[in-house]
Design a protein around this ligand. Structure first.
Ligand code: CP
Length: 353
C-alpha cells in the first residue's frame, strides 16, 4: 500500500521522543515523518503553527502578550476591530469540537476576517474526496489560513507542506494541541502573575493527550517543574525523556503544586480497556477538594474540556473558584485572536489603540 507519510525509521529523522508521541496513536510503525525539525523560528517567519515543541519562549511570550489587548476587545460592548478585513480563514475539523472550532471562528469574526467552517460530516469527504484534493479545493477559493483538526498525528504538517495557505494545528491525534496549551499558559500567567518556575501537575490520560504534550513543550521553556501522574497504562513509555517527573500516586504528585491541569479520559482513542472501570479510575485519580489539600493553598485548577464530571474532576471542584475552566474558554478566544492577528498581518499598536 502506498502510504502518504514516510515512517520515522525510513527517514532516519526523529528521536525516541518522536516515537513516544506516535506510540500513543497505536502507530508503532511510525506512519509519520519527524514533524518538527527542531528549528526555532521567529513567529513572523513561520508560515504555520503546528506545535510548541519547536517554538521558542520569545515567540510564546509574543503571542501571550498580544492576547492581553485581544481579551479587552472581547469584553467591549462592540467586539469588532477592522484589523483582518479582507482576510479569509477556514476551519476544517475531522474530529468533534465545541471550544476550539467555535473560538477560532469567533476570533476571526472579532478581527473582521471572513470565516467559513467546512462541515466535514456533510462535505464531499463523505463521497471519498481525498484530504489532498479537499485542501487544494479550499486553497483555490482564496483562503489565507486554514485551521485543521484531525485524529491522525501529523495531518496538519502534511497539509502545511501541501498548501500555500497558512495552517494552524487545532489538535492532531495524540501529538499536539498548541493553541490549547497557549491558552492554558495565558490562564496560568493571568492568575499567578508569572509562568516562571511553577510546579505544574498534569493528571490523567497522558498517553493519549495532545494537550499534555503541548503543555510540556511550552511550560518547560519557562523553567516549570512538570509532574505527570496517572495509571501506568495511560503513561507513555520513557515519558521522563520529555523532561518531566512521572508519578502513579496523585497525592504524591500534588505535594506543593501551584497548578493542576486535569485531563479528560479519552475513551475514543483507547483500543483496549486501559483501566478496570471508571469507578476504579475516579477512586485513584479524580481531583477533588480533599485531594487538593496536598497542593499549595493558592493552587489553580485547569481543565481543557470537555469534562467528565465525577470521573477525572469532582463537580464541586469544577464549579469552585479554584478552577478557571470557563475563564480558559474566554482566554482561548483571546489567544486565537492574537495568533490570527500575528499570522495574517497587522501591527501591535493598532490593536492597543
Ligand atoms: N479543549 C478542546 O480542544 O475542546 P474541544 O474538543 O471542544 O475543541
Amino acid at each position: 500500500m502506498n502510504r502518504p507519510f514516510k515512517s520515522v525509521r525510513e527517514t532516519g529523522k526523529g528521536a525516541a521522543v518522536d516515537n513516544i508521541a506516535f506510540l500513543a496513536d497505536g502507530c508503532k510503525e511510525g506512519f509519520f515523518i519527524a514533524i518538527n525539525e527542531g528549528v526555532e523560528m521567529k513567529l513572523e517567519q513561520r508560515k504555520d503553527l503546528l506545535g510548541l515543541r519547536d517554538m521558542s519562549r520569545e515567540e510564546m511570550e509574543l503571542i501571550l502578550d498580544t492576547a492581553v489587548p485581544m481579551k479587552d476587545i472581547i469584553k467591549r460592548d462592540i467586539k469588532k476591530v477592522p484589523t483582518l478585513r479582507g482576510k479569509a480563514m477556514v476551519t476544517v475539523f475531522y474530529e468533534n469540537s465545541t471550544r476550539t472550532r467555535t473560538s477560532f471562528e469567533i476570533a476571526g469574526k472579532y478581527l473582521s476576517a471572513d470565516t467559513v467552517n467546512l462541515a466535514v460530516s456533510t462535505s464531499s469527504v463523505q463521497k471519498g474526496e481525498s484530504l489532498r484534493d479537499t485542501i487544494k479545493t479550499i486553497e483555490v477559493m482564496g483562503f489565507d489560513l486554514m485551521v485543521i483538526r484531525h485524529s491522525m498525528s501529523g495531518t496538519p504538517h502534511y497539509v502545511a507542506r501541501n498548501t500555500k495557505m497558512r495552517v494552524i494545528n487545532a489538535g492532531d491525534g495524540a501529538n499536539e494541541h498548541p493553541t490549547q496549551a497557549l491558552l492554558d499558559m495565558f490562564s496560568i500567567k493571568e492568575n499567578k502573575g508569572t509562568l516562571e518556575n511553577l510546579k505544574v501537575v498534569i493528571v490523567g490520560d497522558i498517553l493519549h493527550s495532545r494537550v499534555a504534550r503541548s503543555n510540556i513543550y511550552g511550560l518547560s521553556k519557562f523553567g516549570c517543574e512538570i509532574r505527570v501522574v496517572g495509571p501506568a497504562t495511560l503513561m507513555p513509555p520513557e515519558v521522563e525523556k520529555l523532561g518531566v517527573k512521572s508519578y502513579y500516586s496523585l497525592d504524591q504528585a500534588l505535594k506543593g503544586a501551584d497548578v493542576v491541569n486535569v485531563l479528560r479520559i479519552q475513551r475514543e482513542r483507547q483500543t483496549t480497556g486501559l483501566f478496570p472501570s471508571l469507578d476504579e479510575y475516579s477512586n485513584l485519580y479524580m481531583l477533588s477538594p480533599q485531594r487538593l489539600l496536598q497542593a499549595k493553598d493558592d493552587v489553580l485548577v485547569l481543565h481543557p474540556g470537555p469534562m467528565n464530571r465525577g470521573v477525572e474532576i469532582s463537580s464541586v471542584l469544577a464549579d469552585s473558584n479554584t478552577a478557571v475552566i470557563n475563564e480558559q474558554v474566554t482566554n482561548g478566544v483571546a489567544v486565537r485572536m492574537a495568533l490570527l492577528y500575528l499570522m495574517m498581518g497587522g501591527l501591535k499598536d493598532e490593536i492597543a489603540n
